[in-house]
Design a binder for this molecule. Structure first.
Ligand code: GDP
Ligand code: MG
Length: 176
């Protein structure tokens, strides 16, 4: 029995791995060729967040090119939290994070909980470090968030990212 139903958004630049993260999280699989998300996909999953407490997440995965005004207002309306994703192999996707955060706060509320996910951590071996990961951590903490490095490919820290987001949403609601 779930006492919480939470709308969670995936945000971030195109091709950072939003669809791949939700597929890994929900179906525990990875494919190299998800079609570009068109419109919005909504997937549901129950998450254990505190012992045997369960929250039901409805995870909204929006296509990068679908950011028209009318879709945007539906997307952000009633959102409880955001997984804000960038790609650890492309610095530009990290540079855009502040813009995303400003938009999220404008449309979903100043205090909406979010988790900053640096995805594709598996690629660092090959690509090297293209952003300052310590700075990402400091940035997240300064914004009352947490920085988690994930890989939809290997699955590393994917559960943790969604779990941490769920805990933060519930904590913020119980006013702690
Ligand atoms: P979206 O546009 O943000 O939804 O990104 P997608 O999930 O469609 O992923 C874009 C591309 O990055 C695809 O080719 C994925 O296979 C790839 N990808 C996603 N996550 C990872 C990851 O963690 N590691 C690696 N190596 N590739 C990834
Ligand atoms: Mg997608």
């Amino acid at each position: 029995m779930s006492s919480y139903k939470l709308k969670v958004l995936l945000c971030g630049a195109a091709a950072v791995g939003k669809t791949s993260l939700v597929q890994r999280f929900i179906k525990n699989r990875f494919a190299t060729n998800y079609k570009l998300t068109v419109g919005v996909d909504i997937l549901t999953k129950d998450v254990n967040y505190d012992g045997d407490e369960i929250a039901t997440l409805s995870i909204w995965d929006i296509g990068g090119q679908q950011r028209f005004e009318f879709i945007r207002s539906t997307f952000y309306k009633g959102a409880a939290g955001v997984l804000l994703v960038f790609d650890l192999s492309r610095a530009q996707t990290y540079a855009e994070i502040r813009k995303w955060l400003a938009e999220i706060r404008q449309f979903a509320g100043e205090h909406i909980p979010f988790v900053l996910a640096g995805n594709k951590v598996d690629l660092i071996e090959d690509v090297g470090e293209v952003i300052d990961r310590e700075e990402a951590k400091r940035f997240a903490e300064a914004e009352n968030s947490i920085y988690i490095e994930t890989s939809a490919k290997t699955g590393v820290h994917v559960e943790e990212a969604f779990g941490e987001l769920t805990r933060r949403i519930i904590k913020s609601r119980s006013g702690q």
